[in-house]
Design a protein around this ligand. Structure first.
Ligand code: NAD
Length: 370
């Protein structure tokens, strides 16, 4: 089991002293309403740790269904075929998946491969005329993100980024409170995102596959969270990098970055992104009338948190189940989540990450225009 997965699951258990709600409990909770609308038929590309999690979660979806796979490992394909009842005609590898264009069984491809592969793979999917769902970070820089947006527009397909927190009930509730003005004018956000990464040989520590270190992988949650909690996009960034282990964290792989963001209203954010400290999964925000704190704030759940009005008690539902049903509604009915999950939203985060890297390298205050 990867260190990252262990970290997220440990938080889940220790935060409330209970194991995860089983997916069958979620099914029970959500299966009471009958659904006879369209079902988004999805192929997953990249059958690794997170791909497996998404596939499991989709068993409980009503509006989305796993129907195909794209993988370079034939033994994994066979296993998934058996587990999920996937027909051989819906199985592809990385060389032949452009042929998906002739497969009416598949509406969308969910790209869940290493970050450095997302851009070219997503563009190939778009050219095959299928909607693209792509994991975060959408690419390794804003230029790649923009290329993906442009390719999906040209092909007239949707591009959605796997921002599962935009569907998570406690997160959605706090964002709605902010929109209702219950915190008054948001003034300050603090985001802490990190864990101690294990195996030094994994792709997350190889620049060409990851695009960076902790910032690309986990720091992006604080960036995206600052934006949805404060309800604004930053106009400047400052950043400071600390590296204690240059052997494990080579050139271009950030170990720890502290960064600050300034917003048009005068609100500020102070964040920490790291691959070298555990138990960092916390959001705090204060405004002129109230505050919120979430810990854990972005793990697989249950999310825990409180505001000046009391504990957050919205139900835990597997994030990826909600996300995939929500993305189906978005594609078929144009129903938008409370905060966008489209390619443009992804490009904003990539532009901020580019700015954080530049600020950390130069020591300058970097202005950004989103
Ligand atoms: P993983 O290493 O477990 O899986 C990656 C998969 O890509 C593997 O099946 C691997 O075989 C395949 N792959 C294809 N080409 C490869 C290559 N050239 N090198 C290495 N692997 C290759 O990684 P993961 O944890 O599943 O992460 C995949 C993506 O999902 C990343 O972009 C990551 O940021 C994202 N992710 C998102 C979340 C979330 O909560 N939204 C959580 C974990 C991972």
């Amino acid at each position: 089991m990867s260190t990252r997965r262990k970290f997220i699951e440990n938080i889940t258990v220790s935060a409330i002293g209970l194991p995860l709600l089983s997916s069958s409990a979620n099914l029970f909770a959500s299966s009471t309403e009958k659904y006879d609308g369209p079902i988004l038929k999805i192929a997953i590309m990249g059958l690794g740790s997170y791909g497996n999690r998404v596939a499991e979660a989709m068993l409980n979806c009503k509006k989305a269904k796993l129907v195909g796979v794209i993988s370079g490992t034939p033994s994994k394909i066979t296993k998934w075929q058996e587990k999920y009842g996937i027909p051989t005609k819906n199985c592809y590898n990385y060389d032949n998946f452009d042929a998906i264009k002739d497969n009416d069984d598949i509406d969308a491809v969910y790209v869940i491969t290493p970050n450095g592969l997302h851009c070219e793979q997503a563009i190939r999917v778009a050219k095959a005329g299928k909607h693209v769902i792509c994991e975060k970070p959408m690419g390794v820089n804003a230029k790649e993100g923009q290329r993906m947006v442009d390719a999906c527009k040209a092909a007239n397909v949707k591009l959605l980024i796997g921002y599962r927190m935009h569907y998570e009930p406690k997160t959605v509730h706090v964002i709605q409170m902010r929109k209702n003005g219950e915190f008054g004018q948001p003034k300050f956000f603090q985001g802490q995102s990190g864990f101690v990464i294990g195996d030094p040989t994994q792709w997350r520590l190889k620049k060409e596959l990851s695009g960076g270190g902790a910032m690309m992988d986990i720091g992006i949650y604080s960036i995206n969270g600052a934006r949805y909690m404060l309800g604004e996009d930053p106009i400047w960034v400052t950043a400071q990098e600390t590296k204690t282990d240059p052997v494990k964290f080579k050139e271009g792989i950030d170990e720890t970055i502290q960064f600050q963001m300034g917003f048009p209203s005068g609100a500020v954010a102070n964040c920490l992104s790291t691959y070298n400290m555990n138990n960092l999964d916390r959001f705090f925000m204060t405004g002129s009338k109230g505050w919120m704190e979430m810990k854990p704030s972005t793990g697989y759940g249950p999310i825990e948190g409180r505001t000046h009005k009391g504990e957050l008690n919205q139900p835990h539902i597997t994030h990826q189940t909600l996300q995939m049903d929500g993305m189906s509604e978005l594609i078929f009915d144009g129903k938008q989540p409370i905060v966008p999950v489209d390619g443009e939203e992804g490009v904003k985060d990539m532009k901020i990450i580019d700015a954080v890297f530049l600020a950390a390298k130069t020591g300058d205050k970097v202005t950004i225009n989103l």
